[in-house]
Ligand binder design. Sequence first.
Ligand SMILES: O=C(O)CCC(=O)C(=O)O
Ligand SMILES: [Fe+2]
Length: 383
Amino acid sequence: MEMEGEKTEDEGFFFHEVSFVDRDGRLRTSRVPVVQELDRRGITQLPQRFVQLKPGDSVGPTQCCTGSETLQTIDLSMVRDGSAEELAKLAEAAKQQGMFLIKGHGVDSSVLDEVEAVVKGFFGLSFEEKKSSVGSYGSADNMGYGRNFVKSEDQPLDWIDRLAIKALPKGATDGLNVWPHKPANFRRAMETYVDQSRNVLDQVLVSLAESFSLDKHAFLHQFDPQGSEMNVRVNYYPPCPRPDLALGITPHTDASALTLLTQISHGTHGLQVFRGLDHDLDSRSGWRTVVWPSGALLVIVGDLFEIISDGRGESPWHRVVTQADAERMSIALFYNPAPESEISPVKGGSGTYRKVVAGEYRMHLYGISPTKKKEAILHAKKA
Ligand SMILES: O=C(O)CCC(=O)C(=O)O
Ligand SMILES: [Fe+2]
């Protein structure tokens, strides 16, 4: 039997070992190429397992048919000062775009610089060093250094390697060897960023409630300060030989309540949002490249927020495209109410959502993903 990470003669590159429960309910493991190593070897052909798009699909930010999407920028310092205009922009962005940029958020630029440096440092290591720098969660719960959501041997694969860590509640990883040891200040830098980001997201939750003319704690009170979760996912997208055929992340909505994103490789593009009348996700025309100025933080409305806001905010379909000549990294912080907590839609919205247990909803979404329609959320709609 081959060891994880061993070079095999036939293929000569490295693998992530992934566990998944197959359609018959059996726990299986599969091996998925480490895309960073494919790039390091200088491959010029895209392996078949990564083909997701039809030839000729126009996906790239530089290609003719893809439009761009300019988002609202919300100045949180103006919101704190009670600007009604800024609150109105926020309410509209949460409903119409499902994502918005924020400034005046109070995350120190030195904290962002440091987190950027440790993340670059980690992905700059050799594959063996990365493997030995991070332990694993030892189960199929999609954490650690490796891959997202591999469910079967025949599923098209995303052009990504990622590092996923539970950062909150504090102590969630006690006894588990899951924080990278290299670079040495990785954990300290990331935890500082997570702590500051939580304050920002709490403020966004308060502001969203105010923007919908609700009690200011209507959403925040569903986030138990001790039990709510912040899951970190560092996404690494190496240059890809065929950006017209591959995707960095397949179309999805985030299961989270809110996602806070920062992208690291300035000047590169990748995030796209779907704008269409119906969710015809395979159509070329609906995908727009998000205009994302360097250094800006981006908030995405997740399914759990759509539920607790009773549809006042809507989680958008988004995906990531790859680039031929540049790598890109992003850090996603997924903020969720405590998994065991029952969360209720705040009345007066669309009236179509029902109570769900936060963790059960997320497991349900992961269980059926990827989907071509917004299917998971039907689970949270009244019959
Ligand atoms: O890399 C990005 O810009 C987006 C990442 C994303 O959508 C995710 O991690 O869920
Ligand atoms: Fe996402």
